[in-house]
Design a protein around this ligand. Structure first.
Ligand code: KG4
Ligand code: ZN
Length: 339
């Protein structure tokens, strides 16, 4: 039998990703983003994202093959995000994956997008322990998950956000500070020169009676908006750096406190942080400090593997192949609202 060479396809949001993984090793990948096309709308427009996936699919697949130094015919298995995600966007990548699997006559696996995010870390730090806690923080998700082998064990949602995702909060606050889109990187940049203690913004869901792993960020966003309004009404200059730093600190405090608590409550010793917001330097620093103090092993993939990409989907496909899991088949339907 040939060594498996797994092609992963990701198209659930605004990134078109193809990645190629073989036996736990990332061989290469290609990635395109339609983020700039959504900038004027302050968030991802599904129809625009879907069309962008269609335009990008073949060229990005070619880039991934070139980067990996393999031919299309070397691919032994295909894995594609089946959900959760934007329906039309998921369909484009899944259709592309079906076409490739059919043309090559190789097995196709549907992959859960969140399993992909968790598996991204295996490409950098090797196999995950039997069980771990995953904090997934992106533009679409803010959840604490308990995960097992990513093949047979179901993903357990310990808690999610009641309203905005963490990345969405960054995007909305960036917009009201006039910093642009996507908000995460611009807020972090502005926050470097700010004082994170300048404003005491609310930390929601942190009281003793609150659900331990549930998040809420809409109140924080509103608090920032009120602060900006009050300063503007007084005719004073808005201290953008201080507000950005204080907002960032409030988000990070809550994320880290709840994730660390989940690890301890479940008697585990590994925390994995993934998703676009995991690129945030303050989050990485605060999590490192807290995990060190609690004796928790912290695993965060490099930023390029934190955001949506095809390599993470290939990584799950590779785990499925090596676990001898049954392929999904070409008839697999997209499951955009998968939990
Ligand atoms: O995982 P991702 O690329 O896409 C999904 O939403 O699935 O995450 C994108 C999100 C955006 O909301 C963006 O503002 C946020 O990740 N982000 C950051 C940073 N870089 C990206 N948030 C905070 N700090 C960053 N450095
Ligand atoms: Zn994602």
């Amino acid at each position: 039998t040939r060594t498996p060479v797994v092609l992963g396809v990701e198209s659930s949001c605004d990134e078109t990703g193809f990645g190629i993984v073989s036996e736990g090793t990332l061989l290469g990948q290609g990635l395109a983003s339609s983020a700039s096309q959504h900038a004027e709308f302050g968030g991802v427009v599904p129809e625009i994202a879907a069309r962008a996936h269609l335009d990008a699919a073949v060229p990005i697949l070619q880039i991934a093959l070139h980067d990996a130094g393999v031919e299309l015919g070397d691919i032994t298995h295909v894995a594609a995000t089946s959900g959760p995600g934007l329906a039309t966007a998921v369909h484009v990548g899944l259709a592309a994956a079906k076409s490739v699997a059919w043309a090559l006559d190789v097995p196709l696996f549907g992959v859960h997008h969140l399993a992909g995010h968790a598996a991204a870390d295996t490409l950098e730090h090797g196999p995950l322990p039997e069980r771990s806690i995953v904090l997934i923080v992106s533009g679409g998700h803010t959840s604490i998950l308990a995960i097992g082998d990513l093949v047979r064990d179901p993903i357990e949602h310990l808690g999610d956000t009641l309203d905005d995702a963490a990345g969405e909060a960054f995007d909305k606050v960036a917009r009201l500070l006039g910093l642009g889109y996507p908000g995460g990187p611009v807020i972090s940049r502005a926050a470097v020169d700010g004082d994170p203690a300048a404003f005491r913004f609310p930390r929601a869901m942190m009281r003793s009676g609150d659900p331990a792993y549930t998040f809420s960020f809409s109140g924080l966003k509103t608090a920032v908006a009120r602060t900006v309004e009050t300063i503007e009404r007084a005719g004073d200059p808005v201290p953008v750096a201080d507000i950005a730093a204080s907002f960032e600190q409030a988000v990070v405090d809550v994320l880290v406190a709840k994730a660390v608590r989940a690890v301890k409550d479940h008697g585990l010793d590994t925390l994995v942080i993934v998703g676009g917001v995991a690129a945030n330097a303050r989050l990485r620093a605060v999590a490192a400090e807290r995990c060190e103090a609690e004796g928790i092993e912290l695993r965060i993939p490099p930023p390029r593997l934190c955001t949506d990409n095809g390599a993470m989907i290939a990584a799950v496909g590779d785990l499925l192949v090596r676990a001898d899991a049954d392929p999904s088949g070409l008839g697999i339907a997209a499951d955009p609202s998968a939990v």
